[in-house]
Design a protein around this ligand. Structure first.
Ligand code: AMP
Length: 122
């Protein structure tokens, strides 16, 4: 079992969030610091700390997160234009909350590549 993060508090309604989807396995809510006109996070209710912790025993819910993303894309009318799905992992991936989450970013043309050559701070 992973350590509790702010996302567990959102699942348990200990802190507020703009929840846009919920079922028995997962929750989706608007990102508090949106990086696109539409930016939500889809999380499993059972915490998995990072993408490194996805395995044969817990991977079904990860597929489910993508099913929810496709549903939200259809519901919010950005399926055809397109969107970006991102799961950041650990420091170099830019992960800040250690409870896996699928970012859904839509409503603008996304850029690529996502990294900079700026050296890592010592
Ligand atoms: P990451 O950096 O990939 O771990 O993404 C974590 C995301 O969680 C960031 O985009 C944050 O803006 C978002 N976030 C952090 N706290 C909250 C919160 N209380 N409600 C909604 N989004 C949050």
């Amino acid at each position: 079992m992973s350590e509790e993060t702010i996302f567990t508090k959102i699942i348990n309604r200990d802190i507020p969030a703009d929840i846009i989807y919920e079922d028995d396995q997962a929750l989706a809510f608007k990102d508090v610091n949106p990086q696109a006109p539409f930016h939500c996070l889809i999380i499993p209710k059972e915490p998995i700390a990072t993408a490194n912790d996805i395995n044969e025993n817990n991977s079904a819910v990860v597929g489910h997160l993508y099913v929810i993303a496709a549903k939200l894309a259809a519901e919010h009318n950005f399926a055809e234009d397109g969107y970006r799905l991102v799961m950041n992992c650990n420091e170099y991936g830019g992960q800040s909350v250690y409870h896996i989450h699928l970012h859904v970013l839509a409503g603008k043309q996304m850029g690529w590549p996502p990294y900079t050559d700026k050296p890592k701070q010592a």
